[in-house]
Design a protein around this ligand. Structure first.
Ligand SMILES: Nc1ncnc2c1ncn2[C@@H]1O[C@H](COP(=O)(O)OP(=O)(O)OP(=O)(O)O)[C@@H](O)[C@H]1O
Length: 287
């Protein structure tokens, strides 16, 4: 999928929600859109889900310009946005079989999909009785029913406990490994860091920076280690000291080696910028 110079203005809005956004998502790749509320992330996804028409730029999906696609577009695209599309009065299984019937491409097995999102035990319960987290997981399963080549996910791990969030990250990674191009939005730094191959920081309708999570941390972090160690006092006791050693300086290696040899080190961490710090540095805003 290739987006070039995308510009979107919502009807009645004073300013464009998206200005000059360009990026590519290759098969097998997971790209995360990060940014403060109102930055334009969902608007970019809404264009790709054909919910909103852009006023400028080009979007090419699977080699074909977006406007040239007919209804068969949705045979190749999976969408899980915040507003659930599932029918509340139907069971989880029935929802998936109903959506599967809409497609003219080979579909995934609903029961297997429900197991993947940890809903196997609830397949025959009505969705109205599901918790918010369960409904979100069903949305992901629904988005995967047509084994999509492009997967659009809005906050796929929100409302999940840490174990389930990790499980969903595995499911999404498996889709990318199968060859899907994945574009997701997230405010969850764990998901950004552990799942995404590249991150686009969106601010004010533009991409402020695009890089791998590691690239961002290295570029915005300062090399160094944080050492907590005991320091002998004249009284014969010890006090605890926390120091930051700049590992670009040669003397840091000697200092650290001395502390380690003396058995005084209690904790040792590398000093890296977290993605939230990177974000604040790039956009002057917080997530
Ligand atoms: N249907 C709409 N009509 C008018 N303006 C809209 C509409 N949808 C979004 N906007 C505006 O477009 C801008 C971008 O919104 P968007 O929902 O894309 O942000 P976002 O980055 O996805 O935010 P969040 O993290 O809160 O989901 C905002 O100023 C928003 O108020």
């Amino acid at each position: 999928m290739v987006v070039e110079g995308l510009r979107v203005r919502h009807p009645g809005a004073d300013a464009p929600a998206v200005e000059d956004v360009s990026f590519t998502v290759r098969p097998g790749e997971v790209i995360g859109l990060l940014g403060p509320s109102g930055a334009g992330k969902s608007t970019v996804q809404a264009v790709l889900a054909r919910l909103v028409r852009p006023v400028g730029g080009t979007v090419t999906v699977l080699g074909t310009p977006l406007e040239k696609w007919g209804h068969e577009y949705f045979d190749h695209v999976g969408v899980a946005f915040e507003l659930p599309a599932s029918r509340l009065r139907l069971t989880a299984r029935r929802n998936l079989t109903a959506f599967a019937a809409l497609h003219r491409v080979p579909v995934a097995d609903p029961v297997e999909l429900l197991a993947r999102v940890d809903l196997a035990d609830h397949a025959d319960r009505r969705v109205a009785t599901f918790s918010k987290g369960m409904r979100m997981r069903l949305e992901l399963a629904r988005a995967l029913i047509n084994r999509p080549r492009l997967l659009l996910l809005d906050e796929p791990t929100s409302g999940q406990d840490p174990v389930r969030a990790a499980r969903l990250r595995e499911v999404i990674r498996a889709e990318a490994d199968r060859g899907a191009a994945v574009l997701l939005t997230t405010h969850d730094m764990d998901t950004a860091d552990r799942l995404c191959d590249r991150l686009a920081f969106v601010s004010g309708g533009r991409i402020a920076a695009l890089d791998t999570p590691r690239g961002f941390r290295l570029r915005h972090g300062r090399p160094g280690v944080i050492v907590e160690h005991r320091e002998p006092e004249r009284s014969g006791g010890f006090r605890r000291v926390r120091r930051v050693l700049d590992t670009t300086k040669p003397e840091a290696a000697d200092e650290l080696a001395d502390l380690l040899r003396a058995g005084l080190v209690e904790t040792l961490h590398t000093r890296e910028a977290g993605l939230d710090e990177v974000f604040a540095a790039l956009t002057g805003d917080r997530l």
